[in-house]
Design a binder for this molecule. Sequence first.
Ligand code: CP
Ligand code: NVA
Length: 317
Amino acid sequence: MKNEEKIDYISVADFSEVLPDIIDWAIRMKNDDRNLDFKPLSGMTIGSIYEKPSTRTRVSFEVGISKLGGNPLTLLSNDIQLGTSETIADTAEVLSRYLDCITYRCFSHSDVVELALNASVPVINALSDMHHPCQAAADLMTIVEHLDDIDGHIAWVGDGNNVLHDLVLASAIMGTNVKFATPKGFEPDKKIIQLAKEIGKERGVSILQSYNPKEVVKDALAIYTDVFVSMGEEHMENKFDSFEGFQVNKELASLADRNYIFMHCLPAHRGEEVTDDVIDSGNSVVFDQAENRMWAQMSILTYLCNYDAWLAYKELL
Ligand code: CP
Ligand code: NVA
């Protein structure tokens, strides 16, 4: 039975009003050394279903939930009945009787939408083929931490994929300009970019689409890339041929602002979309992004599962 009161986080657009506060909360929590006994998830169990492998998402959720006093329960899809002998709708109903929140990493975006529709507890998208909203919250948190002056733009070079979709949406919400370059045939979803433009319009955000990596990287404050072949696309071996000129290397990065930051959601395929001398350089913030997954998700979980405590923590600041 659907609980009309609950909120899900399926794409960043679900947080079009609250994302700045979610990020602010996460940054304050990260830097809070008061050793507060703050356990807003005490007595709660958060279940996480994975249809695909994960290092960052799984560990950052498990550790973050534990820090907040909750009990993390990881469910690998091969070990549960989901998709083989049980429908998503029935799984959602059953899990809602035990759990206080469900995170779900799936292949098809429609599956996480269906789970959320049928669950009576909040559902968080932990990556689908269309969206990666937890990544985007951590990414914009990292941008806020590193770029004092966001009077410029961030540049995406690579595939028009799930990570780009939520990066553009989150940037629009946060008032950050974006220029992205993909090869022809690998553009992001038109409807998502249109939505980001609508969200960004009232905040004066500009979003530029290009096929030219040099054009978007010129004077950029951040360069972001991701793997050319995402999980679930392993059969698309020819895809690589289209990405010539899209590698983020020293030569391309030299066009960016002198103090640019290099971003990648990880895992990186070194030597493909990025060279070692860029990802290992002093400009790289990729491990801050990875750490921030945990703080951003702690804010998201507290907001969705114990809103009063989320508000109360803001008062404690
Ligand atoms: N960035 C990210 O989602 O990493 P994992 O696939 O390791 O969770
Ligand atoms: N675009 C990548 C992101 C991995 C975190 C994928 O979906 O595989």
